[in-house]
Design a binder for this molecule. Sequence first.
Ligand SMILES: [Zn+2]
Length: 304
Amino acid sequence: MPKNNRFLYLLTAILIAFCACGTTARKEPVPIIFYYDADFWTIYDLSRTSFPTQERFEELTGSYIAQIEERLGLTGWLQEINPNADTLVFHLNIQGEKSHTEFPPNVLENEAEVRITLNRKALASVGFDSSLSHELTHMMCHSFSQSLEEGICDYMNDEIGATGFCRELGWDIQEFYKVIPAEYARTRQMSEAELMEIIGFIGKEGIGYPYVKYDTSKALNSPKSTLWYEYSASFVRYLMEHYETEQVVNLIRMGEDESAYTEYLGKSLEGLKKDWLSYMEALEPVHDFQDFEHAIQEFYAKNP
Ligand SMILES: [Zn+2]
């Protein structure tokens, strides 16, 4: 073999080896063992969804996990639940008014136990689950700031999940996050001072969700807590769109307190919030409240 050809041969071999490595380095999907509470499939009405079998529902769950991993560049989240886990044990149930994610004690060394409760009220009204990708993001992302954690969960739900009506229509969801508080202010359900108070809690360390104390009956359905979620989602979306995904994900998952904003994004929380609010201020919505109301109704009226 002439020297040049040998070189080409070697180069090709290296490229093939490199590509093959790339292929084998691709992660296999996390194996999942599903458990359902006894009444799960009597409440979850598959006939009202576009995934008419339990098998398809499970495929969708696996696909959400893979998409969250890919979009956020997540690795090692399963081992954060149980250090030697190679399998996810997923308990699903439907209850009450609030979706949430819990981590029961791990039973086997190679299994990570997660329990997700889906909101019965939302299921009754829309017929399919509207928060599974949100809850799965909780399973994979914990933060020093509840506002950042709920924000990234809503961000993922808007990106890949059932709340993606804007994504489907090609509308900028930041418009929605601007129009909603404006509507609360316009209809005098909320004063400017109250809106500023909620904004004050966005991105804060710790629970950062103080509305339970004066909205004890239906905390999650009160305008203040709803707005707290929406502002959190808007703030995290702003960060995701103006900084590298890795920086924002590291801030959310690795940060220990508010100094993490400067550490990972090079700016303080107050500075970032100023930037976010200026950005929102300058945003001129093409759609108004009625457009969004109509779009949401249409979206939920048809199957996902
Ligand atoms: Zn949540």
